[in-house]
Design a protein around this ligand. Structure first.
Ligand code: ZN
Length: 140
């Protein structure tokens, strides 16, 4: 299973001491699943939040800070391949202009995101027989 996570420290909402939070993203059944599990060693307070698809900015930023930014590039996709590329982004919920921007970025500068987000995109691209390369984002 592809999973990347980091631990951060933040103030406990109950006692104000430092609480440890384990943040992670993973791929589950072709979807992105994120979790944040926080535990305070001082007062025992614990909280867990999780969700699908869109990761809250606070958690995503911490993952990027801890793991680094990953980059996905697709090489040499033109003509019919470009249509397949657009379809992958459209199927993921992007509008046509958004899909065009993402496809253009994929074949030029690369798409940036967390490692898990881009591994998920790679899996979807591979099902459309598009080969993508992901680099970075794996320092954690
Ligand atoms: Zn506490």
């Amino acid at each position: 299973m592809i999973s990347y996570g980091v631990s951060i420290v933040r103030a406990c909402s109950d006692c104000g001491s430092e609480m440890t939070c384990d943040l992670a993203q993973r791929i589950v059944n072709d979807r992105l699943h994120w979790t944040a599990w926080c535990h305070c060693p001082h007062c025992g307070s614990a909280e867990e939040t999780f969700g699908w698809d869109d990761t809250p900015a606070e958690i995503r930023d911490a993952l990027v800070a801890g793991c680094g930014l990953a980059r996905l590039t697709v090489e040499g996709t033109t003509g019919p391949g470009r249509v397949a590329l657009l379809k992958v982004f459209r199927d993921a919920g992007a509008s046509l202009p958004e899909a065009q921007t993402a496809a253009q970025r994929a074949v030029t500068t690369g798409i940036e995101g967390t490692r898990v987000e881009l591994e998920l995109l790679t899996q979807r691209l591979e099902r459309s027989t598009i080969t993508a390369i992901v680099t970075g984002g794996d320092r954690c």
